[in-house]
Design a protein around this ligand. Sequence first.
Ligand code: NDP
Length: 285
Amino acid sequence: MSAHLIDGKAIAARLRERVAACVARLKAEQGIVPGLAVVLVGNDPASTVYVRNKGIQTIAAGMASFEHKLPAETTQAELLALIAQLNADPAVHGILVQLPLPLHIDADAVINAINPAKDVDGFHVTNVGLLATGQRSIVPCTPLGCLMLLREHFGNLVGRNAVVIGRSNIVGKPVVQLLLRESCTVTIAHSRTERLPTICRRADILIAAVGRAEMITGDFIKPGAVVIDVGINQIERGGQVRLVGDVERESAAEIADAMTPVPGGVGPMTIACLLANTVTACCRH
Ligand code: NDP
C-alpha cells in the first residue's frame, strides 16, 4: 500500500484564489485594499526568504504589502515604536513580526504590543485566550492550514483520535485547541512523553510538529491513519541539501492512508492562511 499524498500546494492555491476574489470584491464595492505589514529584524537567511515569499504572495492576491526590514541591532524600544505606528495606520490591517527575533528583544512583549485585531499570526495573548475558550479569534496560520488539510480529507473530524507531537505555542498548542473545537479526542505528546510509538499508534490523525528530521517512521503509525507532517528540516543527503519533514516518508507511506509531503504539504498552507487572516482582519475592521 502507498498512502495518498495530500496536495497542500493545490489546496493552498485554491485558498489563495478565494482570497484574491474577496480582495477584488472589497476593492470594487468599498474601495478598500487589505494591507499586510511584515517586520523583519536582522538577516536570518530562512526568515529573509519567508518574508520575501510573503510579500510576493500578498501582492499577487491584490493586497498591499508593507515590508519593514530593520537591522539586527534594532532596540526593543525602536521595534515597539514601529508596532505602535503600524497599529495606528489605517492602511495596515495585518501585522506580522517574523520570528525568531534577536535575543536582546523580548518576543512576547513585541507580539503583545500588536493590536489583537491586526495580529494575523494569532500569537497575541488575547487571541490565544480567545481560541482556548472557544471564542472568535484570529487563528495561527500553520495550525489553521493543518485543520484545512484535515477537513479537506475527512470532511467531519468529530470523534477521531488525534495525537499531536509537539507543544509549542506556534504549532502544537493551537493545533490541539483546533482539534478539540472539532470534537476530536486529543493526546499531546512532547520530548518527555514515554512510549511515544505506542501512543502514536492509537491515532486516526497523527500530527508531527517536532523539528527532528524523519523521526516518525512507519512503526509510529496506525494502519489507515492520516499523517500531517509540519516539520521542515534541512539535511544533507548524497552531497545535496534537502528539505525533509519529521516523518520518514517511505515507511510511513506503507502504513498510512494519507499523508502530507514535505515540501508541498503544510508549508504552502501557512502563507495562504496568512493572506486569509489578513482579509478576515480587514473585513472585521
Ligand atoms: P519547537 O522546537 O518550538 O517545538 C518542538 C516540539 O517538539 C516541542 O514541544 C518538543 O517537546 C517536541 N519534541 C522535541 N523532541 C521530541 C522528541 N524526541 N519526542 C517528542 N517530542 C519532541 O518547534 P515548532 O513547534 O516551532 O516547529 C516544529 C516543526 O515545525 C519545525 O520543524 C518547524 O520548522 C516546523 N514549522 C513548519 C511550519 C510550516 O509552515 N510548515 C511553520 C512552523 C514550524 P518539549 O516541549 O518537551 O521540548
